[in-house]
Design a protein around this ligand. Structure first.
Ligand code: SF4
Ligand code: SF4
Length: 696
């Protein structure tokens, strides 16, 4: 050992030899940690099955990206950078922590592989890592206590503030860094250099005139403090929100790979077997899958999901962060460290309210933001399945659901009127839309869906879509009365059996038609056909078709005549976030000469939901303002006076938002297909359609 200083194993702590003390502390710490983890695993063992063992290589790549690479952290750059520094510091210091534990029992211990030159460089790296972690922890504590970012606040209805726990953990980390650096500094005071300006270097200089005897005590004391804090910290982690330090690696590894596909009612149960399933969805905590329970444990309580959640923004009774926190609190309370388990409590009416669960538009903003890949939509849909199964459906949704069952559309309109939108006089003279009725065939199916078929205003989007397809020479037709609602939102409202009936009907009709591809102007239908249906031809959204045909030269758009118009594009959730189609609609706008386009502060993968589509139009949530109104105000703030979108439901919500915000006459909304159809020019490629150009 070094001259003048004892290793912890050789030191004495009163009557207790260091070697004995530092054998007992790790053993007790490890036993305590194992006991707590054992208790925490119990609910996971009782949870529902979840298939997450496939595609190991892809999962490992995602661990490298999202866990090791901390990919999503910089989306909130101050908190993100602080987290990356602490995380990277922990990784560097992990080897040092293991070495320190071993030094307590063996004075000659050197971590295998870290000696000689490598050990020298590792020593420098870990001294700077401890310094940076300490600084990051101090800044994080100041942010929490002084600047108090709004997203960390806990509204009264969700319980008490979580600041005390956050500060306690920051304090424990700071103690670990200080004690490790003091241990190093007191040893280095006898003989070795330290990295300039590191915490250990500062301590060594501060201790430069300390008598050797006192330095020995500092050395031994720093080690004891580090050892006790280390194991206290380890055992504290699974007791609160910092459990993510332990679980995040596993949570990222087992995270959902095909985020777009909704979870089946039960893993391993086919649609044909669903008739035999006794109960659908989640009603009690144990109905959640083990992975969803792991999500609850892994949430870091960073508040990013709720910060981005449109429902939370407009004052609906939903905050995704608390969907998780309340479930975790439930698990901790009902699966206690000591005493017996109490399970089976119905979640709706105890920790969740029905309104809370119906308030979600399934926009996906929460999942997009979460750095730990916590899933929300599947859980919310599972909770809705449980409510639907128990007959707990909001009054306003009962009529449209019945109409969907009997007529295949939520308005209760006649099937034979489904193609009436094609009969508008001005339109019919310029564009003929065939119906796939067995006599007429076509290469492309234009899947219209319910709102475009029946809503007077939205039918214009249908006509514009048909006009574009016609103009670019697409051999297309519609299903007419043989088409039923895509069922996209029926499924997300938890009515799985009704969805299956609608889907099977449409799949049979599509197969019988013999089409080779599908086009739709409705992102909800697009998503359903692409991800919820099986065995149907490839599907495209009309924005993709327009962008492509502009590039091929089949479609040219003429210039904007009114130069007072400033356009902004609103990304529909089911086109953008859920299907990553961000550029095609923007390319279309940019292909219109003279069009001035601005971006809203929240766009692309941070787009703000308009209020939701499908059955959301029939749901009347409690809220302070409509999402559509909030979105229209964002467009006004960006300096736009025309909002372009590419979804029929966005159109309804945004036009409604313009009226409610009192911006009629100052702001307008238009669908991308309508805008493109208005700007079709026949100067260039008119030979393709061979028809006279008219405005639709
Ligand atoms: S999906 Fe959208 S509305 Fe639902 S909880 Fe997430 S962010 Fe909120
Ligand atoms: S779910 Fe994710 S984004 Fe939301 S608070 Fe937890 S860690 Fe943060």
């Amino acid at each position: 050992m070094l001259e003048g200083i004892y290793s912890p194993a050789q030191a004495s702590y009163g009557p207790i030899p260091g070697r004995v003390l530092f054998s007992v502390i790790p053993l007790l710490g490890a036993a305590c940690f194992s006991y707590i983890i054992g208790k925490r695993i119990v609910p996971l063992l009782r949870g529902a099955a979840d298939s997450r063992l496939d595609h190991a290589a892809i999962r490992l790549m995602r661990v490298l990206r999202f866990w090791l690479g901390q990919w999503k952290q910089p989306r909130y750059w101050v908190a993100g950078v602080l987290h990356i520094v602490i995380f990277a510091g922990f990784l560097v210091l992990a080897a040092r922590s293991a070495s320190l534990v071993m030094l307590g029992v063996s004075e000659h211990w050197v971590l295998p592989g870290i000696s000689g030159t490598l050990g020298h460089w590792y020593g420098i790296a870990k001294d700077y890592a401890a310094t940076l972690v300490f600084l990051a922890v101090v800044i994080a504590a100041i942010r929490r206590l002084v600047f108090r970012p709004a997203r960390y606040a806990v509204p009264a209805r969700y319980g008490r503030s979580h600041t005390a726990e956050a500060i306690l953990v920051l304090a424990l980390i700071a103690i670990l860094m200080i004690s490790e650096s003091l241990f190093e500094a007191s040893q280095a005071a006898f003989q070795q250099p330290l990295p300039l300006l590191s915490l250990a270097w500062i301590f060594r200089n501060a201790l430069s005139s300390t008598p050797p005897r006192l330095l020995v005590n500092f050395h031994a004391g720093a080690y004891l403090v580090h050892e006790l804090t280390f194991f206290a910290f380890l055992c504290f982690l699974p007791l609160g929100k910092h459990f993510h330090v332990v679980t995040s690696l596993f949570n990222v590894y087992f995270a959902k790979l095909d985020r777009e596909a909704l979870k089946p009612v039960k893993w391993g149960i086919s649609d044909a077997q669903l008739e035999q399933v006794k109960s659908f969805g989640v009603t009690a905590f144990e109905d959640f899958t083990w992975k969803h329970m792991l999500d609850f444990y892994s949430c870091a309580d960073c508040g990013r999901c709720s910060d981005q959640c449109p429902a939370n923004s407009v004052g609906r009774p939903l905050s995704p962060r608390f969907i998780t926190i309340k479930a975790r609190d439930y698990a901790f309370q009902h699966y206690p460290m000591f005493g017996s388990v109490s399970n089976g409590t119905l979640l709706i009416g105890s920790i969740y309210s029905a309104d809370e669960i119906w308030s979600c538009t399934t926009c996906g903003a929460c999942e997009e933001e979460c750095p730990l890949l916590v899933e929300y939509i599947d859980k919310i849909v599972d909770l809705r399945r449980g409510m639907v199964d128990g007959g707990n459906v909001p009054q306003t949704l009962q009529k449209p659901l019945k109409a969907l069952e009997s007529r295949g559309n939520p308005y209760g309109k006649m099937e034979k009127k489904r193609a009436d939108w094609t009969k508008a006089r001005d339109f019919q003279t310029s564009c003929t839309v065939s119906i796939l009725d067995g006599k007429n065939g076509a290469e492309t199916l234009y899947f219209v869906d319910s709102i475009t078929s029946y809503d007077d205003r939205i039918q214009g989007i249908g006509r514009a879509t048909a006009k574009i397809l016609d103009h670019v020479g697409e051999n297309f037709a519609i299903l007419g009365a043989a088409e039923k609602d895509s069922g996209h939102d029926v499924r997300r409202f938890g009515e799985e059996m009704l969805f299956i009936a609608l889907r099977d009907h449409n799949v049979d009709a599509i197969k019988a038609s013999g089409v080779q591809r599908i086009v739709t102007a409705d992102p909800h239908a697009y998503h359903a056909l692409k991800h919820d249906y099986r065995d149907v031809p490839p599907v495209e959204h009309i924005s993709q078709v327009i962008a492509r045909e502009i590039k091929t030269g089949k479609l040219a758009l003429n210039k904007v005549e009114d130069d007072s118009k400033v356009y902004t594009y609103h990304d529909p959730c089911y086109l953008g976030r859920h299907n990553r189609i961000y550029d095609d609609p923007r390319d279309v706008l940019d292909a219109i000469p003279g069009l001035e386009r601005v971006e809203m502060g929240r766009s692309r993968d941070r787009s703000f939901c308009c209020g939701g589509g499908g059955l959301m139009l029939f749901y009347e949530p409690k809220e302070d303002q409509r999402m559509g109104v909030a979105r229209v105000r964002m467009a006004a703030e960006a300096g736009a006076n025309v909002i372009v979108t590419a979804c029929p439901f966005c159109m309804v919500n945004i036009e409604d938002g313009i009226k409610v915000a009192g911006l009629e006459g100052k702001m307008t909304a238009i669908d991308l297909a309508e805008l493109a159809a208005q700007h079709i020019t026949c100067d260039g490629p008119k030979a393709i359609c061979g028809q006279e150009c008219v405005r639709v």
